[in-house]
Structure formats: C-alpha cells, structure tokens
Ligand binder design. Structure first.
Ligand code: ADP
Ligand code: TPW
Ligand code: MG
Length: 575
C-alpha cells in the first residue's frame, strides 16, 4: 500500500466501497484511461472514475470500446481497459476480448454482472448471464471478485495475466453487489496491490542463442521476418541495430512495418514472394507461422529446404506448424540483444549474390508500380487514391495509419510506406472488419498524434457510428472512406434477377461525408487523387474530425482482395 493513500484516510471509521476500490486499484497501477459504454450496474463507476481524474471515453457500442482497449494495449504495453454492463454489453465487448487474445494484445474487459445467487439458480435476473463461464475459453485468464476486499487482488491478477508472458485478453467479472459493497476505508486501502514488474524480462538460454547464431552463420540466403510482437516489444533500437549489423534482408509483417523504415536498403517488402521462396534460413522475430505466412510451408515457400530460427516469448509457439531448428524463447528485447552480443567481430554479412538479387527485384517492382501511383484517373482506382495518401504519410511520418477493408487493406499495406514503429494499425490476425473507429480513437487518445483511417466502405460500416465519438471528443482523426459501393466491388448482380441487389452491393453514390457533418465534423466528397490529397492535408493540418468520401471505381477491386484463394468453391453452382 502507498503511504500517501494511507495518510489521506484520516477520519476514524471512514468508509469506502467497491466503486472507489476499483478506481484506487487502477490508479495505483497507473491505469487512467477507460473505454466504456455506461449502464446498470457501472454508470456511476464511470462517473466516479471521471471525478477521480481518469479519462473515461464513452462509445456507442461496446465492441468498438473493446477494440480501442485492445489497440491501446498494443501501443502502450499496459492493459487497455474496456468497461461494460452485463449480458448484452459483455457479449458485445467479448468479440474484442477474443480479438485481443488472438493478437497477443494486453486488454482487460471489466463487466458488471447480476446477482450470483439468482444467476446460478437461473431465476431470470436483469441481464442474467454466467459471464465468467462464457468468457473463459475466449481469453487468457478470467476472474471474478465476490468481496470488496478482493478487488485489489482481482485487478492485480488481471494486469499481470494480461501483460506477462505472451500478452492477451483478461476478463474480470464485477457483480453489482460487490461494486456497492462497503468496507472500512483503511482496510480497503490496505487491500490494494501495486503490481511490481508486471511483465518481467525473460532472458533466453545462452545455449539457444548460440544455436541460433550457428544456424544463421550457416545460411547462404538468410531472411529475417519481423512481426507485430516485435513492434509490441518496443525494442526498436536493438532490433534495428541487429538487422543492420547482421546485414540480413528483412520482411515486415503488416503491423511491423515502420519498425525500420520501409525505404530501408535491407527491406525485402517489395520482393516478398522471392524471399519466401528462395531463402534457406529464416529468423522469425515476434511472428507466428500462421495463415498469414502460409503456415511456413507449401507453394509460397518454394521447394528449397529451409531452416527456421524463432524468437518468441511463448515456448509452445515453437514447432506449431513446422520444425523450428533453433528456438529462442524469451522476450524480444533480451533475445535480440543476446543475438547481437553473440554475433562477434567475425560476423560475415550474407553473400552479396543473395542481397543483390533481392535489391534487383525490389527495384524492378518499385519502378513498375511508380507510374500507376501517379495516375489521376476519375473515378479513382486504388493505385491513384493510395498514391496520394502514400505521399501524405511520407510527409507526416509520425501520423498513425489505421487501415481496414479487403482491397482497401491489401493495396494500402503494400503501397503506403511506413517510417516509424507502431504507426500502422490494422485488422490483425483475424482480418476482422470493424476495428477501424475504435482503433482510430484509441490511437489518437493514447499517442496525441494525428490519425488517418483508410477504410473500405464495408469495413467502415461496422463501426461507423463512432464518428460521433470522434466528434464528441474532438479527436484529430481523418477518416477516408474508399467508396466503391460494396464489399470487394460494387458491380455484382443478383443471380436470380430479383428485386434485391446482390449480396455484396450497397446503396449507390452513398455520401458518408454527410454523416460526419451531422455531428459537427468536416465532411468532404472527392472524386480525384488531387482532391483527395487536398482534403486529407487540410484535415491533418487543422486536426478537426473529418470524413472524406473518396469515390473509387466500383469495378476496380477483386473478390476478397488478395486472399480470394481461401474461398471454398462449389462444384455444382456456376458464378
Ligand atoms: P504478425 O501478425 O505480425 O505476423 P503474430 O501476431 O502472428 O505477428 O505474432 C506475434 C508473436 O509475438 C506471438 O507469437 C507472441 O507470442 C510474440 N510476442 C509478443 N510480445 C512479445 C515479446 N515482448 N517478446 C517475445 N515475443 C513476443
Ligand atoms: C467481422 C468478411 C472481409 S473484407 C470485408 C468483409 C465483409 C469488406 C470488404 O469491403 P470493403 O473493402 O471494406 O468495402 P473493398 O475495398 O474491398 O471494397 N465480418 C467480419 N470480418 C470480416 N473479415 C468479414 C465479415 C469481410
Ligand atoms: Mg468497398
């Protein structure tokens, strides 16, 4: 217990309650931002939090508050907190909790719940649900507090579970009765726990480091792949020094872009297929061999035998998809530093034949792309529109780019270069639509930097109502809706020819910009890359909430963007 807190309680017989113990426990652990939707039994908790100087941001839907908390966790290495009401509010937040767990982001979903006695006998309480049982399989840990004096321990456990080891989502169940419970203020203060060293460093076994270096030294065509775990670790200097000292080409996964600038001479981003196929030793740093990397095998990886070295904090990640020749288990900062220390003066850079072949491929691909990015076609295609936005990020490298959609996501990921760590936030491991506005809000709140959210029109629709939240808190967010009138394309027709439009098609010529105006923000309608560029620059200069409705050629996209191959095919039906 902190001394100051004890001294504050001067009055003999003073009381505290569950509300204030939750607040004191969070503040004691330096958690001061809450993403919430109010209602029974947590409305007053939000009010008292605000009164206690915490930043309490109210959303229009819990899922968006949850996505905000998840990405806040990624950006800060502290658990993002989402606060919801019982059953339906809890369930709305649960998608985001599962998303946080899947993405290894630290987050705590705190939900109010109904009376235990009534819930357990299923007697039909207000918003009755056995939330703890439902949350358990979807998160890293789930706890319930039944006595006010356990709130401090409950919150301490939740924080430690969220950030230690592989980070993830934690559920904390707070029954209404506990929130209202009263106890002696001094005993309450004594019950609080300040978490010491919540995410302890995990040093790698020196033998594992030596083994990894041996495998790397034997490589003729080595490759480093950086994942969002490497971005999360905030070991930016060590990673950059390691990559540069080793001379090994690297490939950043989507949210690891900018860890080193995408224009770095060792970046193999524009030669992805070549390096996956041709490399003989691959060093994975904070990245899983999941579907995003074709599970480390098959056509995408070519026929040449490959050895994998993997740096990860989670031991069971090793050999999850293919054999890992040299596992290095520990936190990324410590592991990368140990690799760097072990490289020694006699370290030889990779054969120049390999690095030159990659450079060649990168140059060819970049040169081929360049003219397409400068086209000023109306209606815009993805290249013309993203060419304009690419320049804006180049000129404003500290802005945060939020990105979701199918074609809008895939093209933006490959076209827009990133220059700084943790500036690109997107759909993550699941490729989930709907993270956009929650992510944009948390990014603005947590970093104070301007945010540019590039959204497919479908993607935007999943969380679009939160533009009211953006306007309410006057956040420097510029949303660009890539409006092609549909999911993937706006051109599909109903195969039955009936009155309903096709399943992937939206209202034609929708004016998303007018939604923003409804809440006092700036709405702009643009049809050319020049107009787009002007509108976004103006928004980023003034910092006012802005939505740019960018009309994209409805024929420009492809089914499912770049992952159309994952769609099952019918042998019976014809498209
Ligand atoms: P991407 O989606 O960018 O390919 P993944 O989410 O698949 O990346 O992989 C992230 C990996 O990083 C996870 O396996 C996770 O255990 C690991 N990780 C997260 N934080 C750390 C850390 N601080 N140290 C080591 N590994 C970490
Ligand atoms: C929660 C399936 C993947 S991409 C997408 C959907 C619905 C929208 C693509 O259209 P958009 O982009 O955003 O207009 P564009 O440029 O191609 O036109 N529900 C969830 N997540 C996913 N991934 C889907 C559905 C999907
Ligand atoms: Mg679309």
């Amino acid at each position: 217990m902190e001394m100051e807190m004890a001294e504050e309680i001067e009055e003999v017989g003073a009381l505290t309650d569950g509300f204030h113990l939750v607040i004191d426990a969070l503040k004691l652990n330096d958690i001061k931002t809450i993403f919430n939707v109010p209602g029974i039994p947590i409305t007053d908790l939000g009010r008292y939090m605000q009164a206690a100087g915490m930043r309490v941001l109210s959303f229009r839907h819990e899922q968006n508050a949850g996505y905000a908390a998840a990405i806040a966790g990624f950006l800060t290495k502290k658990p993002g907190i989402c606060l919801t009401v019982s059953a339906p509010g809890f369930l709305n937040g649960l998608t985001a909790l599962a998303h946080a767990t899947t993405n290894c982001f630290p987050m705590i979903l705190i939900s109010g719940s109904s009376e235990r006695e009534i819930v357990d006998l299923q007697q039909g309480d207000y918003e009755e649900m056995d939330q703890l049982a439902i949350a358990k399989p979807l998160c890293k840990a789930a706890y319930r507090v039944l006595h006010a004096e356990d709130i401090g321990i409950g919150i301490a456990r939740s924080i430690r579970a969220a950030v230690s080891g592989r980070p993830g989502g934690v559920y904390l169940d707070l029954p209404a009765a506990v929130i209202g419970q009263v106890m002696d203020a001094r005993a309450g203060a004594d019950s609080l726990v300040k978490v010491v060293d919540a995410a302890p460093r995990q040093l790698p076994d020196p033998q594992s480091v030596a083994r990894a270096l041996d495998v790397l030294k034997g490589a003729e065509r080595p490759l480093i792949i950086l994942g969002k775990g490497a971005a999360y670790a905030q070991a930016d200097d060590a990673i950059r020094t390691f990559v540069e000292t080793s001379g090994i080409p690297y490939l950043p996964m989507s949210m690891a872009k900018g860890l080193l600038p995408d224009t770095h001479p060792q970046s193999a981003g524009a030669a992805r297929s070549l390096v996956l196929k041709e490399s003989d030793v691959v060093l994975l740093i904070g990245v899983r061999l999941n579907w995003l990397l074709s599970h480390g095998k098959g056509k995408a990886w070519g026929n040449a035998p490959k050895k994998f070295v993997q740096v990860d904090i989670e031991p069971t990640e090793m050999d999850s998809n293919v054999e890992i020749a040299a596992p290095v288990v520990g936190d990324i900062g410590s592991c990368v530093q140990a690799l760097l220390d072990g490289m020694g003066k006699d370290w030889a850079p990779p054969p120049s034949q390999w690095t030159a072949a990659i450079k060649d491929k990168v140059e060819t691909n970049v040169t081929r792309m360049a003219p397409r990015l400068q086209n000023n076609n109306v209606p815009m295609d993805y290249h013309g529109a993203l060419g304009a936005l690419r320049t804006i990020i180049k000129e404003r490298p500290d802005a945060i780019l939020v990105n979701e959609g199918a074609n809008t996501l895939d093209f933006a990921r490959s076209i827009i270069d990133m220059y700084q760590p943790r500036k690109r936030l997107d759909v993550g491991t699941w490729g989930v639509m709907g993270v956009g506005m929650g992510t944009a809000i948390a990014a603005a709140v947590e970093t104070g930097k301007p945010v540019l959210a590039i959204e497919g029109d479908s993607a935007f629709g999943f969380s679009g109502m939160e533009i009211e939240t953006i306007c309410r808190y006057k956040l420097p967010v510029c949303v660009v809706v890539f409006n092609n009138g549909g999911i993937y394309r706006g051109t599909d027709v109903n195969p039955a020819g009936g009155p309903d439009v096709a399943t992937t098609v939206f209202v034609k010529d929708a004016r998303y910009d007018k939604m923003m105006e409804a809440f006092g923000g700036v709405g702009v309608h643009v049809t050319s890359p020049d107009e787009l560029s002007r509108a976004v620059n103006a928004a980023m200069d003034c910092g006012e909430p802005t939505l740019v409705n960018a009309v994209i050629d409805e024929k420009a996209g492809t089914e499912s963007g770049r992952i159309g191959n994952l769609n099952p095919q019918s042998v019976v039906a014809k498209k």
